[in-house]
Design a protein around this ligand. Structure first.
Ligand code: SD4
Length: 331
């Protein structure tokens, strides 16, 4: 792990200036991971999601389909009450409602998505049903809920006591402010390539904590929170969805890989696109991308230091630090 990446010292980068960009452009290739290849492989945003990559690996190792693997992986944090940014236990919006967004994509380029879904623990599985059983890509709100119930998903209260308490505390000031790398977990984006080189991806979240009621982020939007193309590879992301929505970040990552960029370089390009358009917002907000290509090479990059990811490959399930542009402030 320690030899896996060479991190550049960023002490020269006090803030985000034009000079910083020039330095970054020169030094970005130093983040290039020393690639292992090898299929199958599964990669997920955030370290605690080794449990999700393990669930996905159980399927991949037996020769299973990437689509089944990413769905199984995404369901792990969805059911975990301790994970406060996905599914059950997710922090609510400012009115106290847990509202969920998710999307999934298979090796045929088919896609399914749900947004603003309430009281259903596994939005990723509802998204898969939208993909497989309807002529549509996306169902939202009440319609998504009704469809889920018709498909046999139970109605559940997803607001845990811990999340309710956090909401009560938030209401004391009612300040909405993006917080970087909260507890080092967040939205799960997960991408897998199976033994037959089939690529699939999934993304599921309770969205930004204490968001406006009705707000939908990047996570259920194909090409924003997640995108795969079976010819090329796949990407997923986490962080402040508005910045990803405006740049269609994961679509950009996959298109850059199509044009020949390594997964690492492609994630760096997507982060730099965001940084160049919204430098002020980037001082406070985090976005991190993960990517893998059809050969099983991977990459990961974020605006701020502190983004990590889980990857299961060659029988090893490990957590790695992503490359970044802005180093953590020293206290
Ligand atoms: C969103 N990207 O709703 C998601 C949530 C997330 O850090 O990853 N928050 O904006």
């Amino acid at each position: 792990m320690s030899t896996r990446r060479k991190f550049i010292k960023h002490s020269v980068l006090g803030g985000i200036t034009l000079n910083s960009f020039e330095i970054l452009n020169k030094s970005a290739q130093l983040f290039e991971p020393q690639h292992r290849k090898g299929l199958p492989v599964v990669i997920a945003t955030w370290g605690p999601n080794t449990k999700a990559t393990a669930a996905a690996w159980d399927i991949l190792a037996k020769g299973g389909r990437a689509l089944d693997a990413v769905e199984a992986g995404a369901r792990v944090p969805e059911a975990d009450p301790k994970d406060t940014s996905v599914g059950y236990g997710g922090f609510p919006d400012r009115d106290g409602h847990v509202t969920l967004d998710a999307c999934i994509m298979d090796e045929f380029g088919m896609a399914g998505s749900v947004s603003f879904l309430q009281n259903i623990m596994h939005p990723i599985s509802v998204a898969r049903k939208v993909m497989e059983l309807t002529p549509h890509v996306m169902l939202s709100g009440e319609g998504a809920y009704r469809f889920a119930r018709e498909q046999g998903f139970p109605h559940e209260n997803l607001l845990t006591e811990e999340a309710r308490q956090a909401w009560e505390n938030w209401k004391l000031k009612s300040e909405y402010k993006p917080v970087i790398n909260v507890e080092r977990h967040d939205t799960i984006g997960i991408v897998a390539v199976d033994q037959l080189s089939r690529i699939a991806g999934a993304c599921t979240t309770s969205g930004a904590a204490f968001k406006m009621h009705g707000r939908v982020g990047d996570s259920p939007i194909i090409g924003a929170g997640m995108f795969v193309d079976n010819e090329v590879g796949g990407a997923a992301c986490t962080g402040l969805g508005e910045m990803v929505l405006r740049t269609l970040g994961t679509f950009l990552v996959v298109e850059e890989m199509r044009r020949g960029a390594s997964p690492q370089k492609a994630t760096e390009i997507a982060v730099k696109r965001i940084l160049s358009k919204y430098p002020k917002q980037c001082e406070e907000a985090q976005v991190g991308f993960i990517a893998i290509d059809k050969k099983g090479r991977h990459g990961a990059f974020a605006i701020h230091q502190g983004f990590n990811f889980a990857m299961y490959q060659n029988n090893e399930n490990k957590v790695y630090e992503a490359g970044f542009i802005i180093p953590q402030k020293k206290n």
